[in-house]
Ligand binder design. Structure first.
Ligand code: SF4
Length: 213
């Protein structure tokens, strides 16, 4: 089955917490009540953890209370759970989807839009494509810098005994490193809404993954 539908996207420039909102997610064409969140394990890096520690410390506790974490020196992965014949992210609920507000999610969850929508091909959305590409590059280098500074002081997330101290130092470094954002990020519009017309397919015919060329 196929259907033509109008899809509404909202692009929000919230600096490092920027995200894309897609109304189609409410009725995901996968029709399995989990869509892309059935295939992903969120990874929280330094900038996510610092932001949450400053604004929503309860969510840091929620992350570290999950089973089957992969904790590295400067990141934590919340591994998904087996769910039927696939998986489900531990933050995804049958009713209401992700329990995290968009700006509290990690960057893949904030930026991902399924390939069937292909908003990047729209010429007039090029400034947003460039914005999110630049933001991703900036976030990767910032996360590396913060991780290096923490490691040079002997801190690692792997050690539960020093985790409280780790977060105190992390918050301080994050605030120092993010006093000014790169100019192109500051210059981008605060918000834009766009409607795109797309042909939807359903179930597994609706692509969730970008094909490697
Ligand atoms: S954190 Fe939220 S958006 Fe990200 S995969 Fe999990 S349920 Fe989906």
């Amino acid at each position: 089955m196929k259907a033509v539908q109008e899809i509404r996207l909202r692009f929000l420039n919230h600096g490092l917490r920027s995200y894309i909102e897609v109304d189609l997610c409410r009725e995901c064409p996968r029709q399995d009540d989990k869509g892309c969140c059935g295939h992903y394990s969120p990874v929280f890096y330094s900038t996510d953890l610092a932001y949450l520690a400053l604004h929503r410390p309860d969510l840091v506790d929620l992350i570290f209370s999950q089973p089957h974490l992969t904790i590295l020196d400067a990141s934590v992965t919340v591994n998904n759970a087996i769910d039927g014949d696939s998986y489900r992210c531990r933050f995804h609920q049958l009713e209401g989807g992700c329990v995290l507000e968009q700006e509290n999610r990690e960057s893949v969850c904030r930026h991902f839009v399924c390939p069937g929508i292909g908003w990047q091909q729209e010429e007039d959305l090029r400034p947003w494509r460039q914005f999110f590409e630049l933001l991703e590059d900036y976030e990767i280098s910032l996360n590396q810098r913060i991780a290096e500074r923490l490691q040079s002081q002997g801190f690692t997330l792997r050690d539960p005994d020093t985790r409280l101290e780790y977060f105190e130092v992390l918050k301080k470094i994050y605030l120092e490193e993010t006093q000014t954002l790169p100019e192109p990020i500051l210059a981008q519009a605060a918000e834009e809404e766009r409607c795109l017309i797309r042909t939807l397919s359903y179930g597994e015919d609706w692509e969730l993954f970008y094909k490697l060329r």
